[in-house]
Design a protein around this ligand. Structure first.
Ligand code: ARG
Ligand code: GLU
Length: 713
């Protein structure tokens, strides 16, 4: 009994109390309490050094890179570092069999050789404002949920447009703590961003998907870009006349390295976490949704890998897609394991029991968990159908591609032929991008695998009407059906399709609309629209409004606890210490790795481990220059910073704000930190900046880039 009591108390503490290293904090609010704790742990700067709108501060050296990563400025000439996997799409787009930058790397030896990247942009944060009051103005408790959402959206649009009037900025008001607070983020975007350098994948993606999400790690996951501006140092579209951007602030680079216990911090753009989920939500994710999604991706990866392993053209075409599919797939697996080990569901239940007692006589709160429970029960079948729509239907490339023709087909019904012309011209461009990285064999095999999985995975009420046709006409033989539609469709035949698009007129819409792939897509779309999405989003919205109240209740119940808002791809600061961990009984992981580990893993027979000869040579000669440490070169280290996807490329900084590494991953055993941070296991994985410099200087011979940086010795 005593033991049980102790267990309950311990688990309550672990859920309701914040560990020193847990949390992702809003830069604007550091002064409230965070900065004092950072300083207590070793931080030597002030809140104003990190975020200040009146003078240059660290935030001015940080950008959103592309759509989902972070990058940082490291020179007064707009030089920028991010991860190799963040620049991967760009590196791939510049690659071909003849110029295989993925395999061999790329280094611009002068600014003239830097490669433009249409579509890539970086975004600076200009300022943050607390706009909670304005956002909630006119919102009353008597309003329906829909009315509330509409009012808030209207308010936010007005706040945003006022904030940016007369500037080239953009603004975005975002909800925090499930709609209990609102902050506005004003941004400035630069669109001329050029590729400066990338190591070979056997360095930048060393270990590939086998090592991904794992420690010990030996991945030199970095790439180098440069921001260009017009002559006035203002954002501008690409032009050969643009000049390197002069940033307000760039980071100095420290060669001092790290020791266990050192204070570190991370500033960047964590994409999304769900720290306050109820036990029912965790159950749904870890016992139902993730397992299905994992199964579907198992199949896709199996097919892609089988082809990529024996065919270099396919390997290059599918490299970026494969990495994307594999990345979440592996994370989901890790999350399930982590949540199990943490006994997350039972911990949450224990906490919820405590909550129920506390809320017993509080009419606003006492029915909350029951309502959650009902919603999570109700949503299950819709959630699954939703996941199958995204993972199975859209996992088939030719269907996903055909879905892009919805608009053209719609427009073709109308009388304005110029609209159809514009849309078909746009699709013509999309088409060349699509087919550049498309292989019929891969897609057909995936198609054959996923289609039957859809019908095995969802309730019958979510079967599209075409199902009965496949049953009757093909005797339920999915393979036969797939063979037939693959033969007949235009959506996997670039010449035919491009011919149609370049001479498009609305009277040919039938060739698209009646295409068997489009018919199949449409049949799924009907189900999604009529039977899945409405219910799914309605119940999700109900849950959101419950979380809005629950979040309030949690803060009321634990007034001493410092709550941080879930990550939502806005700038955050996390801090922690360099620290190894004990992954399993009898095993201790050190806090760092070195080049020696690369050599241990080196294997010419495996693409992801087959390092360049040049690196082998350097290792033999021990030609490490100033980057040597104890006879090797430091490579990665781990620390307790609370990070998530989107933090890739984020600078990892020392107590003085010097750059000591690039965040690029988390370690396997603690990956469940998006839902439950675990101080014993949750570690962010950082590429040591000394390895970055070593590769640029000693491997690539691009010392001029290192010379651009300010190095602190
Ligand atoms: N796991 C890291 C992140 O979430 C790295 C992903 C890229 N690397 C890969 N092998 N797929 O983005
Ligand atoms: N690799 C992740 C990213 O692209 C960061 C790792 C994580 O999820 O923490 O943002």
């Amino acid at each position: 009994m005593k033991k049980l009591l102790l267990y309950v108390i311990c688990s309550l503490i672990s859920v309701s109390q914040l560990f020193a290293d847990e949390g992702m904090w809003i830069p604007l609010l550091l002064k409230n309490h965070t900065i004092a704790d950072m300083q207590k742990n070793g931080f030597k700067l002030t809140a104003d050094d990190i975020y200040n709108i009146n003078q240059a501060s660290t935030k001015d050296a940080i950008v959103i890179f592309g759509r989902g990563c972070t990058g940082e400025l490291v020179s007064d000439q707009g030089l920028l570092l991010t991860n190799h996997h963040c620049g991967y799409g760009q590196i791939q787009r510049h690659s071909s069999i003849e110029k295989d930058y993925l395999t061999n790397g790329f280094w611009a030896m002068s600014k003239a050789e830097e490669l433009p990247n249409p579509g890539l942009s970086v975004t600076f944060l200009v300022r943050i404002e607390d706009v909670t009051k304005q956002a909630l103005e006119g919102v009353s408790s008597s309003m329906s949920q829909t009315e509330k959402y509409k009012k808030i959206a209207d308010n936010n649009r007005e706040i945003e447009s006022k904030a940016i009037a007369g500037t080239n900025h953009t603004a975005s008001v975002r909800s925090f703590y499930y709609g209990n607070e609102y902050y506005m983020f004003v941004y400035e975007e630069f669109k001329d961003v050029r590729l400066v350098g990338a190591p070979p994948s056997s360095i930048g993606k060393f270990g590939g998907d086998t090592d991904n999400w794992m420690w010990p790690r030996h991945t030199g996951d970095f790439s180098v870009f440069r921001i260009y501006a017009n002559k006035e140092n203002q954002p501008a579209d690409y032009s050969p006349d643009n000049v390197p951007y002069k940033p307000k602030k760039f980071l100095n680079v420290s060669m001092k390295g790290v020791n266990e216990g050192d204070f570190t911090w991370v500033i960047g753009y964590p994409g999304g976490t769900e720290q306050y989920l109820t036990s029912d939500a965790i159950k749904l994710v870890s016992e139902v949704r993730n397992p299905h999604k994992i199964k579907l991706r198992d199949k896709r990866l199996e097919v892609m890998n089988a082809y990529a392993n024996v065919n270099d053209t396919i390997r290059i075409k599918y490299a970026s897609k494969n990495a994307g599919v594999s990345n979440s797939w592996k994370r989901w697996i890790g999350e399930i394991n982590g949540l199990k080990r943490l006994d997350a569901v039972n911990k949450k239940i224990a906490f919820e029991n405590e909550f129920t007692n506390w809320a017993a006589n509080k009419p606003n709160y006492n029915g909350l968990l029951k309502e959650f429970n009902k919603n999570y029960t109700d949503i299950e079948s819709y959630a699954l159908a939703y996941d199958y729509w995204r993972e199975a239907v859209y996992g088939i490339e030719v269907i996903a591609y055909a879905s892009g023709f919805e608009k053209l087909i719609e427009i073709s019904k109308g009388t304005d032929s110029s609209l159809a012309l514009a849309e078909s011209t746009r699709l013509l461009k999309v088409s060349s991008n699509f087919f550049k990285d498309y292989d019929l064999r891969v897609d057909k095999d995936i198609f054959k695998a996923l289609l039957p999985m859809y019908f095995a995975g969802v309730n019958e009420e979510f079967y599209p009407s075409i199902y009965s046709k496949i049953q009757s006409k093909y005797n339920g033989d999915f393979d036969k059906y797939v063979e037939q539609v693959f033969e007949e469709t235009i959506f996997n035949k670039p010449e035919k399709l491009e011919k149609l698009l370049s001479n498009y007129s609305a009277n040919r819409v039938g060739e698209l609309k009646n295409d068997p792939i489009y018919v199949l897509y449409n049949s799924f779309l009907d189900v999604y629209k009529d039977k899945v999405s409405e219910k799914y989003f309605a119940i999700s919205a109900k849950n959101d409004s419950l979380y809005n109240i629950y979040m309030n209740a949690l803060r009321e119940m634990q007034p001493q606890k410092k709550f941080y808002p879930d990550a939502n791809f806005t700038m955050r600061v996390a801090y922690g210490k360099v620290k190894g961990y004990y992954p399993k009984d009898g095993v201790k992981y050190l806090h760092y790795t070195t080049l020696d580990g690369v050599i241990e893993k080196d294997n010419p027979a495996i693409y992801d481990y087959d390092i360049p000869n040049r690196l082998r040579e350097i290792y033999k000669q021990k030609d490490y220059g100033v980057y040597a440490k104890d006879g090797s070169v430091p490579l990665c280290f781990i620390a307790t910073n609370h990070t998530t996807g989107g933090n890739s490329g984020s600078p990892v900084l020392d107590a003085y704000g010097n750059l000591i590494g690039l965040n690029f991953d988390r370690a396997w055993e603690g990956i469940a930190s998006d839902m439950m941070y675990d101080p014993d296991f949750s570690r962010n994985v950082t590429l040591d900046i000394r390895y970055v410099l070593f590769i640029i200087d000693k491997y690539a011979g691009a010392k001029h880039l290192v010379d651009e940086m300010v190095i602190v010795k």
